[in-house]
Ligand binder design. Structure first.
Ligand code: ZN
Length: 544
């Protein structure tokens, strides 16, 4: 069994065959000499269209790594080291790769390495081996809070809409039911919850739409075929500001007058999908696409590997330990004990957390959210209906959607999960509220580290300060200064992929959250995604 190999195209063939003469080549702008990776058809620095494969020294520095312990693919026997190497010529140009020629446990940040190619068929895979050690990690710049674009108008489209209804299907492991039936369960409940009927619904919006892998019921197409709503507007796709971007898109459609009540939904059935072994085989075809081409050939098959590298860089840079991540997992689990819908509700101690099966360093089993079957639906309505709703309407104070960071997961500062700092800064430009006004925070926790990243990106504390700010988890507890994920988050309730946070925020702001209610909750921040473009919303109970 060989490594997954990249599909060669006119755009990338020069890179993947460069090792034929034992030399590493990177796209170089012929006008301004900027090195660019992954390749794009225009220089991001000077916008020149003129570039050439440019020979570099093949030397670099390990700036992030993860020791993978999980058997993702038969070609890679765990444990093995996946690393992010910054090139000697330009420390902002990174390659995801493997460190070979040493024990995986000996890989460290700051290690100097040199390229060594491994040929498979017509592809030369660039691997790196240690040559010595240095402390070059500080060549990776500190993250900066960007200055997002100012609002283009004084009015806010967010204020022309409300969240009127929410609904949810059963949540569970291996429910073994048709995912479309989960979607219909959630949708019918959301419509009824808003005091509406299906005839009132004139828009449909979802994320990520018609995709496989247990990540969707089939999208708008499948739901419309089931419900026959005849919508005037539809939206479904993955290129949105996170899963919650489907709700943000619906806000725009309603604020723009195209429709009045948009039914938004998000369904996962990864648990049953895996149990039925419906996935593609691990052998055979070549990998392509921006997420896999640059990572799968190195056994970096999962977001756990990609985010694990950033998490290790963060811990190294700021002098934090795994306990910081553990506080997120333990807090989620403690809260889930008060949530009857959560999949995992038994208490977890720090010892439980630290001794869990390793997945990919620094992540163990409890750093990774729980694949499940579930659907969540949210109705976005015109704000003029707010007074007529059976339950308190939820206002949208502001959203944050601007991309300011590199889209590539491995090319940015490596200190935080990419695609959260820009969106967070953007949201605060659209409101006079400040972090201190937030009563409850829904921090996306696909991995524990995502939540740390959002807490810092949103400015609840400074970059690198979470290890002190969390105060051993006390500050984010249900009775703490900033309760985080009162429902247990995706780590304990289940991976409803963003929409579960919206559902819980609505419950909290309506003060319908039962045993886990945050007293007097008026303002909630809700994040979704990270890595790929993400989004964030500031929600408020309507008290007008
Ligand atoms: Zn240039």
């Amino acid at each position: 069994m060989t490594r997954p190999l990249p599909q060669l195209t006119p755009m990338n063939e020069w890179f993947w065959t460069s090792g034929a003469d034992d030399r590493l080549r990177i796209q170089g702008c012929t006008e301004c000499r900027t090195l660019v990776h992954p390749p794009v058809p225009v220089c991001p620095a000077c916008r020149s269209r003129s570039w050439a494969p440019t020979v570099v020294s093949g030397r670099g520095t390990v700036v992030a790594f993860t020791v993978n312990h999980h058997p993702w693919h038969p070609a890679f026997e765990p444990p093995y080291a996946i690393a992010n190497v910054a090139l000697a010529e330009d420390a902002t140009v990174h390659l995801t790769t493997n460190i070979v020629g040493c024990d995986p446990d000996d890989v460290s940040i700051g290690q100097e390495v040199a390229v060594r190619f491994e040929q498979h068929e017509d592809v030369w895979i660039p691997l790196f081996e240690p040559t010595g050690t240095s402390d070059a990690v500080n060549r990776v710049p500190e993250p900066q809070r960007p200055a997002p674009r100012a609002p283009v108008a004084s009015d806010r489209y967010e204020h022309r809409v409300v969240l009127s209804g929410v609904g949810r299907s059963a949540i569970g492991r291996r429910l073994m039911v048709d995912p479309l039936s989960l979607t219909v369960d959630a949708c019918l409940e959301a419509v009824a919850d808003g005091g509406l009927t299906l005839d009132d619904i004139d828009g449909l919006s979802t994320y990520p739409g018609m995709v496989g892998m247990g990540l969707s019921e089939g999208g708008v197409t499948a739901v419309e075929e089931a419900l026959r709503l005849h919508p005037t507007w539809i939206n479904g796709g993955g290129e949105l500001p996170g899963p919650g971007g489907a709700v943000i898109a619906a806000m725009l459609a309603v604020a723009g007058g195209l429709c009045r009540h948009v039914l938004c939904f998000r369904t996962v059935w990864e648990s049953t999908y895996a149990a039925l072994r419906l996935g593609p085989g691990s052998g055979g075809g070549r990998v392509s696409g921006p997420l896999l081409e640059w990572r799968a050939p190195f056994g970096a098959m999962s977001a756990a590997n990609w985010i694990g590298m950033n998490a290790n860089h963060y811990l190294h840079r700021y002098g934090a330990t795994r306990e910081l991540l553990g506080w997120i997992a333990i807090n989620d689990r403690a809260n889930a004990a008060r949530n009857p819908a959560a999949i995992y509700r038994e208490p977890m101690t720090m010892d439980d957390y630290l001794s869990a099966r390793p997945i990919t360093s620094p992540f163990g089993l409890y750093d990774c959210d729980v694949p499940c079957d579930a659907s969540v639906a949210v109705v976005v309505s015109d704000a003029t209906v707010a007074a007529d709703l059976p339950k308190p309407a939820i206002r949208i104070e502001a959203v944050g959607t601007q991309i300011t960071e590199r889209i590539s997961w491995d090319q940015d500062t490596l200190t935080h999960e990419p695609q959260v700092i820009g969106q967070s800064s953007h949201m605060w430009t659209r409101t006079s509220l400040r972090p201190g006004d937030v009563d409850v925070a829904m921090m996306y926790d696909g991995f524990t580290f995502n939540a740390i990243t959002w807490i810092e990106a949103l400015g609840f504390c400074g970059f690198g300060e979470a290890k002190d700010w969390l105060d051993g988890g006390r500050r984010i507890a249900l009775d703490g200064e900033l309760p985080v994920n009162p429902h247990g988050g995706q780590l304990s309730e289940g991976r409803t992929h963003g929409f579960g946070f919206i559902y819980e925020a609505v419950q909290q702001l309506r003060r319908d959250a039962g045993e886990r209610q945050v007293a007097g909750a008026k303002t909630a921040v809700v994040t979704s995604g990270g890595g790929t473009p993400s989004g964030v919303m500031l929600l408020q109970r309507d008290e007008t």
